[in-house]
Design a protein around this ligand. Sequence first.
Ligand code: F6P
Length: 537
Amino acid sequence: MPDRDAAWTRFEAAVAGAGPLTRLFEQEPGRLRALAVEAAGLRVDLSKQPLSAAALEAGLALAAAADLEGARARLFGGDIVNASEGRPALHMALRAEDGAGYRAAGDPVSGEVEETRARMAAFAEGVRTETIRGATGKPFRAVVHIGIGGSDLGPRLVWEALKPLQPRIELRFAANVDGAEIAAALAGLDPAETLVIAVSKTFTTLETLANATAARDWLAASVGTEGAKAHFAAVSANVGGAGDFGVAADRVFPFWDWVGGRYSVWSAVGLSCAIGLGWGAFHRFLEGARAMDEHFRAAPLASNAPVLLALAHLANRNGLGRPLRAVVPYARRLALLPAFLQQLEMESNGKRVAADGAPLKRPTAAAVFGDAGTNGQHAFFQLLHQGTDIIPVDIIAAAASDEGPAGSHAKLLANAIAQGEALMRGRTQDEVIVELQTKSVPADEIARLAPQRTFPGDRPTSFILLPDLKPESLGALIALYEHKAFVEGVLWGINSFDQWGVELGKTLASRVLAELEGGPAGDHDPSTADLIARLKG
Ligand code: F6P
């Protein structure tokens, strides 16, 4: 196998030597055809990324040197790709068709996936058709989904993206241990008409247990302790832990240790969405992701959307040293996508050692931020256009929309397209001068304004075009990013499926809490000790 480090060096050199994006379009007539691919109904256009033909070739050679195809086969084959936790990462099994026959570390899993899916479908439809009701006989009008991180961000994104304008069953979410969050989630709801779903892979997470306890007390105060059981469900890989919490066995929906939290929306973690949207819509969401799985598994690497999206990111991150990336969905309903991708990418690939523990030679995941377009244009886009750092942007848009006034969607799309063009083309000082001269601006004024109004350009964007914002497209979009993160992890040589970096803060928080609650003072630096002393009850 070719040497991975040498392949990296060649890729970085090819990217660094690619030259401006506009020149690449002049030099490479086949550029759009090579870098814009169709995948599971999505068009992924990476032609405004710093991948010259030579850089792309070097990137594909890097993929070969890293044995990406072998790694992909091990991922889909249910091998233990999460070595530090000794687990496969088999989220694709959750969205596979019945009878798919996935195996995790050799053990068949598709049967229990299908069984749980059938239970989810029956429960969701039971709640929706009002055959499943609360303790007082009233149908459920609201679902409060309690979970955090991977047990929250996916369902929250899916609900915001797909919820009807006037939902029959309202979904509320509570993640933060800030009491304001559960208070807001429960405010105005009638406990007799509310179903609470506690979602936690481990069922040990501080925030979720605190909020679930508060919600259970709120239910019990209205319908009694026994009655509250009819209003409570849990989703967990720790079925025993959910049972110990007092959730009735037939209300506990399992998932498995081979499902990473940030890859779990396809499991029973999506139960609240299945209730709110209906099983049919949730199933279509799974089908969209499955179509992307099939593309990722079968398409040649040179036209494989997750692979190309990953190479574009690596070109910016490693070839050009860019530590940030903006994600701007031109769809209000996708406003939570940046937050979802922050966990997916930064928790998966924010690592400084390789899977074997060796320190990495190269930077890994970029920090992700963003907001819905066009809102972001009136906030942080100034920096994207004229700031000192070049920050690549993912622009996401849906071709069709049937919401809102006629004409709004064209305005939205025009902005999405124009921003990509403006970031790449920029505007030279000469162009600014000519424009101001044609407006008869005085020469001294032109001299003063021209530098301010110049745009350097050559700022890269990816454009991901969904046909619409329907369940299939959303499923395909999320799976696209999941596989992109996997490809990046393989090329960097890291384990994308563990998250040890979140542990230290949790451990120290429990020590600090003990002190805030009156326990003996611990050994702290002066600043930390001062904060504890000031805030101690
Ligand atoms: O703190 C990070 C994390 O472990 C995430 O990886 C996970 O999605 C989240 O906490 C919630 O964990 P759980 O689902 O076990 O409550």
